[in-house]
Write a protein that binds this ligand. Sequence first.
Ligand code: ADP
Ligand code: MG
Length: 230
Amino acid sequence: MSLLSIKGLVKRYPSDSGAQIDVVRIPSLLVEPGEQILLQGESGSGKSTLLNLIAGIVVADEGEIVLSGENICALSESERDAHRARSLGYVFQNFNLLNGYTSLENVELGMSFGSGVDRSYAKNLLDRVGLGNRQSYRPEQLSQGQKQRVAVARALANRPKLVLADEPTGNLDPTNAKLSLELIQSLCSENGAALILVSHDPGLDDKFERTLELAELNQAGMAGAEGRSA
Ligand code: ADP
Ligand code: MG
């Protein structure tokens, strides 16, 4: 069984003129356990919206998203929050770390809504991302690259089956971006997690088993749907 199965997924937003635009219109997409996928597309093409739909942060207008056997689209908001905490890791572009909390606490927060806090595993993850000696630092005491690595450790804290990463290297210099990408990929494969990673960086295709172009995923819906407005 696929880890993630998307069918007939539609998300609309109102445009400036007030008309509804299909931002996401994906007839079908399957993601297998452990698969690593690069998701590309122009700015504004709907990449973040798709990740947020899969995470249950944004609600679909039509279709279904089945993750680990559960159709997210049929869940209430609180059920979606619980499902996300149990099944998903999410690395946001701006990292979304909680200020006022240490690195270790930020990773533990990634556990507290899911399987429960496991301090030794949280420390283990921080070691793994090279921050064993920064456990008690708060986000404002960390560099961009270090914050990003805390965010990666937090995303893996619940041993998720799927990790979503939205332009995780966008705020990093090229050296840190490369290291960080390698770290995300190796942590996902070590943990048997599938990965959907959004990036604009050129030349990443050969580092991924599969590359998806959002415009192509959306294409079937665009054909014939003049201007994609309803
Ligand atoms: P990407 O991540 O590929 O740059 P997004 O998914 O952020 O693109 O946005 C896709 C499109 O949806 C954009 O045109 C954006 O303006 C629109 N959009 C995103 N979120 C909202 C929202 N909450 N309300 C209205 N339009 C939105
Ligand atoms: Mg985006």
